[in-house]
Design a protein around this ligand. Structure first.
Ligand SMILES: Cc1ncc(COP(=O)(O)O)c(C=O)c1O
Length: 463
């Protein structure tokens, strides 16, 4: 098919996620079709090359068409693509589970996660975790523990359970009548925090905040108040992705997890975005020195190659499903533990643990940090925040008052669209521009990504 045919048939028959019809089908829109990938590059059907500035929606870790991951998938494909995991097992899943339990262990002294439940994507990993927690409490004589608390803006996916744990009105308000009620606490977002008395500076707002850590105290209070009705404190540790790459003040996850444990509730961490080195450590929760009771992993699990997710939990939770047959976890999916996905994930974890790749990632994080300061030259930049290999640039109409641009301007979206002309593909969250480069991104490629964003900002805002 020619690029034009692909675009035409797409517009006639396909339906894309998180994509307004008015824009996708608009007269000026010509869908961009990606034909292949190579390292940090995406190559369009018409041959144009783009840097993958958001790691293909935060999934890709080591770059596209990595020979080791490709080979792992091909070798597995020659054996079998898929067999059921209901009542059967296979080596790729067993091997990956061992790797994951080692990789997610905080230290040899820390309590460990000991069970891995596979599913397909971030939403299903959350759904599984939520049901594990509820059923486990019910089977332990604590059926009254049905409450969940998470911060405002939390996003855990689009299935009904995951939407219920989220607090993302833009995405989920149509479904509110059928979601089960959960409680929210304020977002720990220093740049926009009503308790932060600091005047705006040209730095990450977390570094100059003046407050008494009210966000953590308020979450602790809500948790204490819920007492023995609380099932779990649910958190995207360190970075709330879809909320706008909101980066928490360090220590927030630890304080709130401690509060949850005090009232006997579970700590449920969603590291769908933050795991696998994205925030600088193996898991974001490692930096907070917390081992959750339930951990959701997806996106980068396969290095961004295949849909696979995992919900890890403790032996204690697992054992609460033992004994009577009615205690079985009646939950699962046809493609649970897909062997191709497991093989890709094992190859990705091998790469993550190789010292050469660790050095590469550290260099990338350092270069990203150096380049991040260049964004302050634009007068409409209000906050520049970074956590590991995630960089977020928040644009504001007025830097002194932190006044946002009118949402109808769709400024972030327009800038990212313009960035394509300069060879960069990325996606904003409202007016927060995001760079999440794959770890293989070379210094000169990273400079190109940053430069493309600068040019796009300048073109849209004349700065
Ligand atoms: C933190 C977090 N949890 C869960 C999800 C849902 O994952 P998926 O889109 O794979 O269902 C996302 C997706 O962006 C996410 O960022």
């Amino acid at each position: 098919m020619t690029p034009t045919e692909i675009a035409q048939i797409d517009q006639q028959h396909l339906w894309h996620p998180f994509t307004p019809n008015s824009l996708w089908l608009g007269p000026d829109h010509s869908p961009l079709s990606i034909a292949s990938g190579e390292g940090a590059w995406l190559i369009a059907s018409d041959g144009r090359r783009y840097l993958d500035g958001n790691s293909s929606i935060w999934t890709n870790l080591h770059g596209h068409a990595h020979p080791k991951i490709n080979q792992a998938i091909k070798s597995q494909l020659d054996r079998i693509a898929h067999s059921s995991f209901l009542g059967l097992t296979h080596e790729p899943a067993v091997h990956l589970a061992q790797q994951l339990l080692r990789y997610t262990r905080l230290s040899s002294e820390s309590p460990n996660l000991n069970r891995v439940f596979f599913s397909d994507d971030g939403s299903t990993a959350i759904e599984a975790g939520l049901k594990m927690i509820l059923q486990s409490f019910a089977q332990n004589g604590q059926g009254q523990r049905t409450q969940f608390i998470s911060p405002q803006g939390a996003y855990h996916g689009d299935t009904v359970g995951a939407m219920s744990l989220s607090h993302s009105p833009t995405f989920h308000h149509h479904f509110q009548p059928v979601l089960f009620p959960t409680q929210k606490v304020m977002t720990p977002a220093c740049y926009r925090c009503p308790f932060n008395r600091a005047k705006p500076e040209q730095a990450d707002a977390r570094s100059y905040r003046k407050c008494n850590f009210e966000c953590a105290s308020m979450a602790e209070e809500a948790i204490e108040h819920a007492e023995d009705r609380l099932a779990a404190w649910v958190l995207e540790p360190r970075v709330q992705g879809a909320a706008g790459m909101v980066m928490h003040p360090h220590g927030y996850a630890k304080r709130t997890a401690t509060a949850a444990r005090k009232v006997g509730a579970k700590v449920f961490f969603d590291e769908v975005l933050t795991a696998f080195g994205r925030t600088g450590t193996s898991l974001a929760s490692h930096a907070e020195e917390v081992t959750p009771d339930v951990l959701a992993l997806a996106k980068g699990l396969t290095g961004g190659y295949l849909p696979l997710a995992a919900t890890l939990t403790t032996e204690e939770i697992f054992q609460s499903f033992s004994g009577d047959i009615n205690r079985t976890f009646f939950h699962g999916h046809s493609y649970t533990a897909n062997p191709l996905g497991c093989s890709a994930a094992s190859a990705s974890l091998d790469l993550l643990e190789s010292s050469e790749e660790i050095k590469k990632r550290e260099r990338l994080v350092q270069n990203l940090s150096t380049l991040s300061s260049t964004f302050w030259k634009h007068p409409y930049v209000g906050d520049v925040r970074q956590e590991g290999a995630i960089l977020a640039i928040e644009l504001v109409a007025d830097r002194a008052t932190r006044t946002p641009f009118q949402s109808e301007k769709r400024l972030g979206a327009n800038i990212c669209h313009t960035a394509r002309k300069f060879g960069l593909i990325t996606r904003p969250i409202r007016d927060v521009l995001v760079l999440i480069p794959p770890y293989c991104t070379r210094p000169e490629e990273l400079e190109k990504m940053v430069d493309a964003l600068h040019q796009a900002i300048a073109q849209e805002l004349g700065s």
